[in-house]
Write a protein that binds this ligand. Structure first.
Ligand code: PRP
Ligand code: MN
Ligand code: MG
Length: 180
């Protein structure tokens, strides 16, 4: 069982789902009638994108961008690479970027700048998790689900070496897993 590799569950499946309903309501009110372009950042945002968008009760367009920090290490290298770009033009659009976590802030600050450069009308950020202790660049999300401590968290989109994304909860990985 994967659960045996998890030290502690930080945020349960029920808490995540309740947060998606709450954020979905907020997004519905804010973007009602504006047909925002909701951009999921692959791969981590995939489960959040699925659950949150189901709670938005106004028309949206969905698109995806695959960006990754260079290197496969645990620490972000600071360089961002576009693996897959959007299919849609953001020009004149209200763009809402969905992320699983903001750590250093480098991925999102890059995307926010890119979408402004491409002449988006507005660019806002909603993240499920915010890890303020990891920040290397000043970036404050417009909406955040939960604040997490500076621990190695996995699950619900967040991976360690591409594993654990499929967990329905957020947990702290046992140190023996990444030390071995
Ligand atoms: C992770 C996470 C965020 C980003 C946050 O993605 O999903 O996108 O890092 O870190 P930052 O604030 O320090 O930039 P990653 O680049 O590992 O790709 P993945 O989503 O495919 O796992
Ligand atoms: Mn990611
Ligand atoms: Mg990753």
């Amino acid at each position: 069982m994967i659960r045996d590799e998890i030290e502690e569950i930080l945020i349960t499946e029920e808490e995540i789902q309740a947060k998606c309903r709450e954020l979905g309501k907020q997004i519905t009110e804010e973007y009602n009638g504006r047909f925002p372009l909701v951009v999921g950042v692959l791969k981590g945002a995939m489960p959040f994108m699925g659950d949150l968008t189901k709670r938005i009760d106004t028309h949206i367009e969905m698109d995806f961008m695959d960006v990754s920090s260079y290197g496969a290490g645990m620490v972000s290298s600071g360089e961002v690479k576009i693996v897959k770009d959007l299919d849609t033009s953001v020009e004149g659009r209200d763009v809402l970027i969905l992320e699983d976590i903001i750590d250093s802030g480098l991925t999102l600050s890059y995307l926010v700048k890119l979408f402004h450069y491409r002449k988006a009308k507005t660019v806002k950020v909603v993240t499920l998790l915010d890890k303020p202790d990891g920040r290397k660049i000043d970036l404050v999300p417009d909406m955040a689900g939960f604040i997490v401590p500076d621990a190695f968290v996995v699950g619900y989109g967040l991976d360690y070496a591409e594993r654990y994304r499929n967990l329905p909860y957020i947990g702290v990985l046992k140190s023996e897993i990444y030390e071995s």
